[in-house]
Design a protein around this ligand. Structure first.
Ligand code: CLF
Ligand code: SF4
Length: 480
């Protein structure tokens, strides 16, 4: 039986055999392009945000060292973490660079599949350059295999690209919500730049120019740039198609369109004025409209500024300051490399198993359906329905299962008992799916799911394999 890598023990998926055949991509491009592509793949292979595949196996952590911010977004109030990367309403514990470095060394030992350290708040990292760069220096010195990552609103980026390059920070995110200042006026009331506060369109123009300049500078420095955009219905939703075109033409590697999360209790301008966020369907439609070259991020979890773990399983509460300061750093490069080699071997076996399954299904492409998957990671259906805090959503057409997003839910099994109200909410969240795939599903939820037209399907195996098996059963039922 397959096990999950979230236990840190990748296991063999034998007896799956390796397949050959299909389009040998080596014959499709020039050797130079292939080498470039391969190098690019190596750069992102262990980054859970830049590689959808990696997010099933590798973890990230954030350290909250950057409290100040230099702009105002209408979806933020300063009581919470920067909403450009984080779920609104979350407060992280602020750390000094030294405390942050200690925390990283502790977690690098306890969670060896943690490969990326990001600084994403609680304010803007580049509005706190000394704290941010000091933290990176300490970690680069003591834990050289950890990738460094940064997320910024972009206002100060052009000033720091050289320093970012020097420190070997290879991944930078800029939040770009508009390329037309008239749209930006509805999102940013002010911008603080060069010791002066600029209100309205004057400030937005500065922000826009600095973001474009920063993006260009990252490209010239060969630093991989992801762009985050917050989708705000009625304000920038249609405009984001243009944003997508502009940022791609300027060399952004990946676009991550995130939903606005807005509630009055967050105390933000949008929360208090009733601005709604998009529905999952609206978000998916926009992502589909923008995904011409396939580099659209759909697995973002809008993490906290102190997030720890796989993207779908935040473990930050295990490492609060009172706890991690009592723990000894256990960073061990050899042990980490051994764990990573095991994960890579496991990924190769998964890939072979997927290819084999896809080859068996060839020419059986049919209507596209969505399925919801309960998983603890490792690209496996390996979680009990009642324990899932989110469902990963896959689009299946008989040939492949493509990850298209996730839905957060409250888990159904609370203290060993199912909660009816929670079940209703879960079913609503996945009502557009034809099936739900989980390692186990209780009788009561099975009945309710069926009533809602969502077929329960129990299995413990590779997600693609289970999804394609389910699809086959689904088609047979349709024909019956
Ligand atoms: Fe953190 Fe951001 Fe780096 Fe990832 S998060 S700084 S790029 S290491 Fe990732 Fe979290 Fe989404 Fe950010 S899932 S909010 S995209
Ligand atoms: Fe808040 Fe981040 Fe915007 Fe600053 S950049 S106002 S911290 S959401």
């Amino acid at each position: 039986m397959l096990q999950t890598t979230s236990t840190l023990t990748p296991v063999s998926t034998k007896p799956h055999s390796k397949t050959s055949g299909g389009c040998a991509s080596s014959s499709c491009g020039s050797p130079t392009t292939e080498i470039q592509d391969q190098k690019l793949q190596e750069r992102i292979a262990k980054h859970p945000c830049y590689s959808e595949e990696a997010h099933h196996h590798y973890a990230r952590m954030h350290v909250a060292v950057a409290p100040a911010c230099n702009i105002q977004c209408n979806y933020c109030n300063r009581k919470y973490d920067c909403a450009n990367e984080s779920r609104p309403g979350v407060v992280s514990e602020l750390l000094t660079p030294e405390e942050a470095a200690h925390k990283v060394l502790v977690i690098a030992g306890k969670i060896p599949q943690m490969t990326v350290l990001g600084i994403a708040g609680p304010g803007d990292p580049l509005a706190n350059p000394e704290k941010t760069f000091r933290t990176f220096e300490l970690i680069a010195d003591k834990a050289p295999d950890i990738k460094l990552c940064l997320s910024t609103n972009g206002l100060m980026l052009p000033d720091y690209v050289d320093r970012i390059k020097q420190l070997n920070v290879d991944h930078v995110t800029i939040t770009i919500n508009m390329v037309d200042p008239k749209v930006g006026e509805k999102i940013y009331p002010w911008v603080h730049y060069g010791r002066k506060r600029y209100r309205g369109i004057e400030g937005v123009k500065i922000l826009h120019e600095r973001q474009m300049e920063g993006l260009q500078a990252l490209k010239e420095a060969d630093i991989l740039c992801k762009v985050n955009s917050v989708m705000i219905p009625g304000i920038n939703d249609e405009h984001l198609v243009e944003v997508d075109e502009v940022i791609r033409s300027k060399g952004a590697f990946l676009h991550n369109i995130m939903p606005l999360i807005s509630a009055p209790e967050h105390g933000t301008h949008f929360g208090l004025t009733g601005q709604r966020g998009p529905t999952p369907k609206e978000l998916k439609n926009l992502q589909d409209n923008c995904s011409g070259n396939m580099k659209m991020m759909r697995h973002c979890r809008q993490c906290r500024a102190d997030a720890v773990g796989l993207l779908g399983e935040d473990r930050s509460q295990e490492f609060t300051k009172d706890k991690f300061m009592e723990m000894a750093p256990e960073y061990d490069l050899d042990k980490r490399q051994e764990v990573h080699a095991g994960i890579e071997e496991f990924k190769a076996e998964l890939k072979a198993a997927k290819a084999k399954k896809a080859a068996e299904k060839k020419a059986k492409t049919g209507p596209k359906i969505l399925v919801a998957v309960a998983t603890k990671g490792g690209s496996l259906v390996n979680q009990h329905f009642g324990h899932a805090k989110e469902f990963q959503i896959f689009e299946v057409d008989g040939n492949e299962a493509k990850f298209v997003g996730h839905r957060k839910v409250d888990h159904y099994c609370q203290s060993g008992y199912g909660e009816e109200a929670t079940l209703e909410h879960i079913i609503q969240s996945i009502a557009d799916c034809k099936g739900v795939l989980a390692s186990k599903i209780g009788h009561c939820p099975q009945d309710e799911l069926r009533k809602a037209g969502v077929e329960p399907f129990e299995a413990y195996d590779v997600i693609d394999k289970v999804a394609l098996d389910f699809y086959e059963q689904y088609l047979q039922k349709l024909k019956a």
